[in-house]
Design a protein around this ligand. Sequence first.
Ligand SMILES: Cc1ncc(C[n+]2csc(CCOP(=O)(O)OP(=O)(O)O)c2C)c(N)n1
Length: 333
Amino acid sequence: MADAAVTAKGIPRDVDKPAAVDLLRQMLLIRNFEDKAAEMYAKGKIGGFLHLYNGEEAVAVGAISVLRKEDLVVTHYRDHGHALAKGSDPGRCMAELFGKATGLCKGKGGSMHFCDASVGILGGYAIVAGHLPLATGLAFAFQYQGKDNVVLCFFGDGATNGGDFHEALNLSSLWKLPVVFICENNLYGMGTALRKASALLDIHKKAAAYDMPGERVDGMDVFAVREATARAVAAARAGEGPTLLEALCYRFRGHSMADPVLYRGKEEEHVWRARDPITTLRARLEAEGVLSTEEYEALEREVTTRIEEAVRFAEGSPEPAPEELYTDVYARP
Ligand SMILES: Cc1ncc(C[n+]2csc(CCOP(=O)(O)OP(=O)(O)O)c2C)c(N)n1
């Protein structure tokens, strides 16, 4: 982040105090949601796969904080954080994990397929890199309709070796589409280290092949992500085309709940945990006098209560009716 954009207190000039605290609130909400989901999975209340977002909260929250309501987000299967940051209701998110009729997708999508058109989350997708062409198509629709809205597309480092990644970047650059590609580089694709899967480790440099700007940003710093995304979004709105952002981050848990994490060392985890995006933002706000310890504790209580309510809502909700099996399978054109 350029020094000129930072106040003496270390909080960017365009972020006022309530907005800074709100970024922390959202990150705490996501962390709490994920921890509670892990607990519910262990109790057998959630079935199927569960990919958690712990450690990566600054990416979703920082990037989505610069969007308008009408802008769209398309993401991969690690999607709870993006949905919550875009404004999905935690209760409906939890109900989706529980497979209940009140869930975002009436309980039919589960963890990997959150979709909430009411807030502009047009899907979590399970096929690695498969959603990048969808984001490109949605950006084309905005351009075709003459709207100045943008699409943010999130994916992992593993996706950047898939053919869909290259096709989407090529076409969106050629047609100057309003899409921002955000790679959450957490150094691993499932259990495979990036260095074993990608010839180029500097993922943002893959943008050069398609003549688009590419930038690496500290994905553990919510302000850094926010600032870089704001620039990319402004360029996209102005008709200048796409950007590839690479947010360097780390997932604190395994790839999914089924992963015993045997492929990486504890020392590496300790180094990244010391950079926890929530504790570092809290420390930063406290040091700047923006947040007191009491205020932080109140924030934690508020978020915990909200997640407890979300679980109560999910538990108390009905199962989908058997006849629902055939609804929403096909859409009318
Ligand atoms: C086309 C395709 N190939 C393989 C898989 C199996 N798979 C699921 S997740 C994953 C790893 C992807 O890693 P990355 O894109 O870095 O995302 P992360 O899980 O690190 O967030 C793989 C290989 C898949 N879902 N789709």
